[in-house]
Design a protein around this ligand. Sequence first.
Ligand code: MG
Length: 287
Amino acid sequence: MSVYTKTMTAQQIKELEKKLVRFEKRKTPPYAYYQYKSSECVITAYTSGKVVFQGEGARSYADITSACDDKIAEYFPQAGSDEVGTGDYFGPVVVCACLVNPADASFLQELHVTDSKAMKDEVIRQIGPSLCKRLTHSILILNNADYNRVHESDNMVSIKCKLHNQAYVHLKRKANGLPASIIIDQFVQEKSYYRYLSGQPEIIHGIHFETKAEGKYLAVAAASVIARYAFLHACDKMQQDYDFVFPKGAGKQVDAAIIRFVEQFGKEELPKVAKLHFANTKKALSL
Ligand code: MG
């Protein structure tokens, strides 16, 4: 068993505790502020300022928990999640959470995996299958009919929080646990994220929230690419089913497509392919 010790200020020890919420809190030993346990490490913070990491993962936990945000990006294994489709009138919302192990990092770099918004759809279609094959991941697809039903009582942010959490719950099961480093491309404040999740049967804690994380963390980048790949796939399927081209985004082309779609298939079919609450619906159908 390895042991790793660090000296920290009282303030740092307080900050560290915030990062340990996902761990099991144990009875506080004498002369200590707190003690937490994960499957790979026991962390004890003493009033002397000494923080002791004990167990298999001692070294990496010591590094991750005391690293500044810039450094976390370089730690693997790393889990990340991202969503796509929230700005597209047609098609589902897709969330992916995936795990990147140390050996996967160079594989992803060789494929030039980065934020899916910065990658061409043709490239995503090409590399999507090998990413899905190589990385442990979980994809959630909220189809339009379900989305419109849920959206009657839940806003988009709340829906996203639940999907991200659920994706991590699935990933945890598939990977037999989650790594110390988990990152969400931030779309909401951390406090609000957990408020939206209250009442959920299982809640994943210990997540690092950061904006523009897709460009910085390989796990978030890979999740964004897999999510986009699944989104493109779902849109292809819609196109085949209706023999109709659904434009991406929410611009003028979409307004024109709504009119054509309703003429061809009727209004009652629209909730199955579109996010009805977008302003495009009213604009196109002048309701
Ligand atoms: Mg994002």
